[in-house]
Design a protein around this ligand. Structure first.
Ligand SMILES: C[S@@+](CC[C@H](N)C(=O)[O-])C[C@H]1O[C@@H](n2cnc3c(N)ncnc32)[C@H](O)[C@@H]1O
Length: 247
């Protein structure tokens, strides 16, 4: 269902340093994510998509598309990176995958019920105003539809401690700024504690080294080389169309 809003503009994105550069390893990361299912249960509770149309915005290689399709009436993925787009299109499951970006969604007005953005585009900071993408999301949502953004809880869990040790907020935005930005837009934020659980220690070490490429997690990794799990706190920002405050 592409429309006149077109595909991603070149300035809309730069390749994600993790998935864009290491798609195979990011697959291992996604497989480790929330095996408990507590984040998934909260996503379902916040904005159920059974029998509805779900857009996975910044879907990357499309890891989550088949899982969304288990419940949804229709699933659409949108991705600006041509290489990730091709991988998402090759993934089985029947989702439609379109070239586009948060700022340029190739979808008609009021055509989807739920939008998920998982660690994609919505990193508001004093240097990155995400209002353009938010306005696009609100355009394509039906009245009463929901945007849910999956983000890091920067305060709780072992992953958050690694983020703080690496000063990651300098690149990904400060939690206080992010949470205030969402609150000002009319969103609510829910914090969920879950984990990354891997099949083997090497997978955990490889993924952590990808996410912290400057060696800031090396000491933590060396403390327990047999580790396969770490606690991981998530922040879920939820904005319902009709409750936004964009002034
Ligand atoms: C860390 S990856 C996450 C991918 C996927 N959501 C997942 O969880 O597997 C970030 C994704 O956001 C995409 N992205 C970057 N800029 C974007 C934009 N302006 N609009 C939409 N997606 C964007 C990247 O190309 C990449 O696919």
């Amino acid at each position: 269902m592409p429309d006149q809003h077109g595909t991603a503009a070149p300035e809309d994105f730069f390749p994600a340093w993790n998935q864009g550069a290491h798609p195979e390893l990011y697959e291992v990361e996604n497989e480790a994510l929330d095996r408990e299912g507590v984040v998934w249960a909260e996503l379902v509770r916040l904005a159920p998509w059974a029998g509805r149309t779900l857009l996975d915005l910044g879907c990357g290689t499309g890891f989550w598309l088949p899982r969304y399709a288990e419940l949804a009436r229709a699933v659409v993925g949108v991705e600006p990176d041509p290489e990730l787009l091709a991988a998402a299109r090759a993934r089985p499951g029947g989702a439609e995958v379109l070239h586009g970006s948060a700022e340029h969604l190739p979808l008609p007005d009021a055509s989807v019920d739920v939008v998920h953005a998982r660690f994609a585009y919505f990193f508001p900071s004093p240097h990155a105003d995400c209002t353009a993408g938010l306005e696009e999301v609100l355009r394509v949502l039906r009245p009463g539809g929901s945007l849910v953004v999956v983000d890091n809880d920067q305060h709780n869990g072992e992953f958050a401690a690694l983020l703080r040790a690496a000063n990651a907020s300098a690149h990904q935005g400060e939690a206080e700024y992010i949470n205030a930005w969402w609150a000002e837009k009319g969103a609510s934020t829910t914090f969920v504690m879950s984990s990354w659980t891997f099949d083997k220690p090497q997978d955990l070490a490889d993924v952590i080294s990808m996410e912290f490429p400057n060696g800031t997690a090396d000491e933590w990794l060396s403390q327990d080389p047999k580790r396969v799990r770490l606690s991981y706190g998530y922040a879920l920002h939820h904005l319902r169309k009709g409750e936004q405050n964009l002034r």
